[in-house]
Design a protein around this ligand. Sequence first.
Ligand SMILES: Nc1ncnc2c1ncn2[C@@H]1O[C@H](COP(=O)(O)OP(=O)(O)O)[C@@H](O)[C@H]1O
Ligand SMILES: [Mg+2]
Length: 529
Amino acid sequence: MSEFVEMLPANTVSTGSRLGIQYMDKLKKLPLQYIETKFQLISLDPLVLFDHKGIILDVNEATVKTTGRSRKELTGTLFADNFTDPARAHNGAMLVFETGEVRDYELVMKGSKGVETIVSYNASVYKDQEGEVLGAFAAARDITERRHAEDEIQNLQHYNRGLIEASLDPLVTFDRKGIILDVNEATVKATGRSRKELIGTPFADYFTDPARAHKGAMLVFETGEVRDYELVMKGSKGAETIVSYNASLYKDQKGIVVGVFAAARDITALKRSQAELLRERDKVKESMRKLVEMQERLVRSERFAAIGEAASYLSHEIKNPLMVIGGLAAQVERAISTHHAECRKLEIVRGEIKRLESMLMDVRDFTRPSKPQKELLDMNSAIEKTLALMENDLTARGINCEKLLDRRLPLLFFDPEQIKQVLINLTKNAVEAMPDGGRLVISSGLENEHVIVSITDSGIGMSPEATRKMFDPFFTTKKRGTGLGLAVSCKIMEDHEGEISVQSKEGKGTTVRVLLPINTGPNQDAQLE
Ligand SMILES: Nc1ncnc2c1ncn2[C@@H]1O[C@H](COP(=O)(O)OP(=O)(O)O)[C@@H](O)[C@H]1O
Ligand SMILES: [Mg+2]
């Protein structure tokens, strides 16, 4: 028995001073037992007295029950021996003497038949009248049930957390101000930021359009939920993820709104394939358009051939009589005096003969175009030469001409005479479309392996109907037009494997574009034959 018991004074326990002298002996030996039996102060919590070495001085009935060992067995043994972790128990016991008290010190008490009880200790030293420490008084509270309940809650939380973490979709909760409360691993991955970095920062900060993200976040508080809200999430290293959010309010047990729970779905791949689909659709559309165009061209060239044959026959038939008429007119003119009243009429006859002759030349160009004699040449100089030829016409009509020539154009193969004819035809049409002056822009440039020349006027423009027919041979809206200029130009471009296209707006003006491939050689036609 320890010395402490010998020294235990009557007033150690609060009721001590009022105890009768006859109980003093018992009290000195086993104070807890004494109190319990004498005053029926039966504590349900296990109580233990131990000395500064951790040796048990006395225990109460509850300790006996919990440990399954008798008072006699326990007294004089180490307090720490009754726990699954004796070292921790001993440390706790010693801590009481060091600091005077210990609160909520958890230990697992070993019971009989292997039953374990989780207890939480409150312990303090007790002193004699002189203030000298006599020992420690420790009261345990059985918290096994509470702990099990807590464990269960924790397990449940763990389970919920597990579900959240298992989600491949980035999940976020945020408060009324849009400040992030929590995130799952998928969000960490998507943003490339740690959970710690994310929590406490504005939700909106992680999107390319923070204003829209914030608006979406606030919308949830206004309407209770938001569906399919698309945002672009900024990832680490500039990677961007297109996400679609579904978000709703979440409440605590009392039904008070705590924040928003938002789940994002990565729809980047979906968006990408949608864009791809659109692109493919556009490609199909473009191919369709080309096909229709090709068919039109085919029909046109067939028609051209037929018209060409007729024109060739007619021009041949007209040419000889026209020469006879011209010759006879010249004879008559010589026979009469220059002051004769009919002289004026003869002049008109000659003028008309000239016009018909020039028309026949156009017809000849159209029906029997010579094969292009291609040389490696510079398109810009062809443009310059054409404009030099047209200069008088331009100034006479008060037309302002602007050249925008790309000086880096590569040389390309073309027949200089034929291409000059095309450029003259187009420029003439532009000039004729601006009877009251205007602006003419000629530009050259390189696009997808093609040299492009475009001629834009600010003239009268064309109706859609005229635009459709303009390349037809003999289609003209001019009093003295032949309607052959564009048909011939079209044929020449075809012989150069080039293209010619038009954009026009009535009353606004017209742009004609000529396209020539840069990679054709001089003898391609020869090779084909
Ligand atoms: N730049 C243009 N602006 C307005 N209409 C044009 C233009 N170019 C051609 N056209 C239209 O196309 C028709 C055919 O042109 P074209 O084949 O050169 O024959 P022509 O000039 O002899 O009429 C013209 O009569 C005119 O109606
Ligand atoms: Mg013309």
